[in-house]
Design a binder for this molecule. Structure first.
Ligand code: SF4
Length: 372
């Protein structure tokens, strides 16, 4: 048991799940082991219908896929798509924050606002937006419009690449890696790695660098800065972590995923007297919001909300039997959570049209209906 987790609370819940017949991530890992050696080495390909192919670089047979792709090309193509998927996930999260910033700027939402006006103005100025005479909303709109360009395909480089030292930018230029547009560079990776397009593994790996830079200096940086502008810039806070944050006499609601857009509103709603009164009506002393995974970190660093656990603790939090509801947005949410929740009284609620979970409850959530 100690091999699975160093934490006593996790060890106890793994044992409890075993007694109660609940299937966990470690059980499934055991079932899946040993992994396929070809897959582990990135030597499988299903990018066209002449395959799927398994490449054996040592030969003598199967050294090439049906199209003639060798091991190096196959590994590079798989790696490139791996990078593009990660960059797309980070950056699409950033897009949701960007759309929320634009909605604030255009007066389409009253549920969200600008908590760090100084940072909004500072970043506007940094990126060349003249702020004199602009209201906060007008600044938000102007900044959102500028960042939307970074997602497109017409800019020569993403706006925040201006933050990189000149020496670094020279290296990017030399290797053709300057990030141009978040969507553009991700889409180009899917194109390059399709059958019969870029057949040079080095060229694909260099483009993988460009995709990663488009994420790091584009999507992820935009997501971070806009999160601070809308929800406030984090400061060091003290809080509690792990399963002991769940409270016996309260309604325990866990928020899980990556985006502060949903969790900040859940937290605000849980603090409303009307909602608290409803919890008391059913005999609870209050509503305890706790975080899981990266959504948990978002709430912890800005609001000091306790953190029930990381990615591998998500199933175990439900196994406690103390959780009334898990509310998720997207990313790192194991599909198994629905089954685990169904073993207890826990309701599993998804909120994004990008991330639906059969067997759970889906309630669409966006900046227009956030407080409904
Ligand atoms: S792209 Fe080539 S290696 Fe990949 S599945 Fe098609 S034929 Fe096989």
């Amino acid at each position: 048991m100690q091999d699975l987790s160093p934490w006593e609370d996790a060890q106890k819940m793994i044992a409890k799940a075993g007694r109660e017949g609940v299937n966990l991530v470690w059980d499934r890992l055991k079932d899946q082991t040993p992994h396929c050696t070809f897959c582990e080495q990135g030597l499988t390909c299903s990018k066209c219908v002449m395959g799927p192919c398994r490449i054996n670089p040592k030969g003598p047979k199967k050294m090439l896929g049906v199209c003639g792709a060798d091991g190096d090309l196959t590994v590079a193509r798989n790696f490139g798509r791996f990078v593009a998927a990660g960059a797309a996930a980070h950056s699409d999260h950033g897009r949701d924050l960007l759309e929320t910033l634009a909605a604030i700027g255009e007066g389409q939402t009253t549920d969200y606002g600008i908590r760090d006006e100084a940072k909004l103005e500072r970043i506007c100025k940094e990126l060349g937006i003249e702020t004199q005479g602009l209201t906060v909303r007008e600044q938000a709109k102007a900044l959102a419009n500028l960042f939307f360009e970074d997602y497109g395909c017409r800019s020569h480089n993403v706006a925040f690449s201006s933050r990189a030292p000149q020496k670094r930018k020279d290296v990017w230029k030399r290797f053709g890696c300057t990030p141009r547009g978040i969507d553009r560079d991700c889409v180009e990776m899917l194109h390059r790695t399709h059958m019969g397009v870029d057949c040079d593994p080095v060229s694909i790996c260099l483009h993988a660098s460009r995709v990663a830079l488009a994420d790091g200096w584009g999507g992820s940086m935009i997501a971070t800065e806009i999160s601070d502008i809308i929800f406030g810039t984090p400061k060091p806070v003290k809080s509690l972590v792990n399963l002991g944050v769940l409270k016996e006499d309260q309604v325990n609601i866990l928020v899980h995923g990556h985006s502060p857009i949903v969790s900040e509103m859940i937290l605000a709603a849980a603090r409303e007297p009307e909602i608290l009164a409803k919890a008391k009506e059913v005999g609870a002393q209050g509503i305890n919001i706790a975080g899981l995974c990266c959504t948990g970190n978002e709430l912890l660093m800005r609001q000091g909300v306790p953190m029930a656990g990381n990615h591998l603790m998500t199933e175990l939090a439900i196994v406690t039997g103390a959780v009334e509801m898990v509310i998720v947005d997207y990313q790192c949410i194991m599909p198994s959570l629905v089954n685990v929740a169904n073993c207890y009284h826990t309701k599993f609620v998804s909120t994004s049209d990008k991330a639906k979970f059969p067997g759970g409850i889906h309630m669409e959530f966006n900046f227009k209906n956030a407080r409904e």
